[in-house]
Design a protein. Structure first.
Length: 378
């Protein structure tokens, strides 16, 4: 009997890891090993864990906040909301007999409306989603691959431990997906195998994305400081030695209007920047922009699917199954747009062998296993 590379005890140990950065790296590697474990049975094609490997690796960049805070700060540097707030604030200060240098005002406004908390909140939301999916689907895959190694009805044994009902609470899609992987493994016809593999991948993708809806929306929520806090920061910086003037400026009302407009504009801009940051996916073959149409062609076996259940699912997630046109996701918080993009990605890249390669080099993997943050590009 073959021993799987990732067993249930490994999944449980990874889920208990308290450091979200190192936990993400271990999740990413576990997905790769589960992908290879299933590919050994189902053939050298991408399964759901194959795609999850690269999605988890991409999530790690947000979890580690790599360049995210700087991206947000830079994106706000010349924002018209900042300039408008500076102009209005300058007018309000003149009304109480104070004059401030415009560059100082601009720096003060940017600091008061700092979006650093948005980067922190995005990181926390993505880390929660990364763990949430692995706890459920990673655990199910570990059971399935172990059951394959033991022989017999692997899908049936996994299904016995899954909750009935549709997502987000039920696991009917997972049950059907593992049955599909079992059919793909048993198939002798390459076309049947390819279709069953795609159907299983899509079912797990739909379950995953439905479950992740709260975390994705939260990550894109683009929070900045509350208007009261922004106003407090502005007064503390601009009138630290004149409490009387600060009180007058606050009571007269113009500061409230300045701050409300500033916060509204900054929140909108930060959401745009976060969306742009989160809507990229680095694959071995290059970077995909989730806001652009998927580029590629379907493998021959998937050009004109024959399986009725696959055709029905494709119809629900893809308005134009014969083309990747229109697959761009303009709003990643929209489940339908996400699934359209994911459906095209899974279908066009299912036989891309480069996706099966390891996400980390041997040195990085050694550091991860030792509980250290590796060097180099992650």
């Amino acid at each position: 009997m073959k021993r799987p590379a990732v067993v249930l005890a490994d999944v449980e140990a990874i889920c208990r890891h308290v450091d979200p950065v190192l936990r993400n790296l271990r999740i990413t590697q576990a997905y790769h090993e589960l992908s290879a474990g299933l590919a050994a049975w189902a053939g050298e094609a991408a399964n759901w864990c194959t795609f999850a490997t690269w999605a988890s690796r991409q999530a790690g960049q947000t979890i580690r906040r790599e360049d995210l805070a700087r991206t947000l700060e830079a994106g706000l540097g010349g924002a018209e909301e900042i300039g408008a707030a500076v102009t209005r604030l300058s007018e309000a200060l003149r009304a109480v007999g104070r004059v401030a240098d415009r560059s100082i005002l601009a720096a003060t406004v940017r600091d008061a409306a700092s979006p650093v908390r948005a980067a922190e909140r995005a990181s926390e939301a993505v880390a929660r989603g990364n763990l949430k999916v692995f706890q459920e689907i990673g655990r199910a895959f570990a059971r399935f691959v172990a059951a394959l190694c033991e022989g017999g009805d692997a899908a049936g044994r996994v299904a016995a431990g899954l909750r009935p009902g549709p997502p987000p609470d039920g696991q009917d899609l997972l049950r059907a997906a593992f049955a599909g992987y079992g059919q793909a493994i048993a198939a002798t016809d390459p076309g049947v195998r390819a279709e069953q593999l795609l159907l299983a991948n899509l079912r797990i993708g739909l379950h995953e994305q439905t479950r992740l809806q709260p975390e994705i929306a939260h990550a894109l929520d683009a929070p900045v400081a509350h208007p009261r806090e922004v106003k407090r920061r502005l007064l503390a910086r601009l009138l630290p030695d004149a409490p009387g003037l600060a009180q007058r400026l606050e009571q007269d009302g113009p500061l409230d209007r300045v701050v409300d407009r500033l916060v509204e504009g900054v929140r909108r801009r930060v959401r745009e920047l976060l969306t742009e940051h989160l809507m990229t996916l680095d694959l071995p073959g290059g970077r995909l922009r989730l806001g652009a149409d998927v580029i590629g062609t379907c493998p021959p076996h998937l050009l004109q699917p024959r399986d009725a259940e696959l055709c029905a699912l494709l119809t629900t997630i893809d308005p134009a199954p014969s083309s990747t046109a229109g697959s761009a996701a303009r709003d990643w918080a929209d489940l339908g747009q996400r699934m359209h993009f994911i459906g095209e990605l899974f279908r066009t890249r299912q036989e891309d062998a480069s996706l099966l390669q390891a996400p980390f080099d041997p040195g990085q993997l050694g550091a991860i296993r030792d509980g250290r943050l590796p060097g180099g590009r992650l």
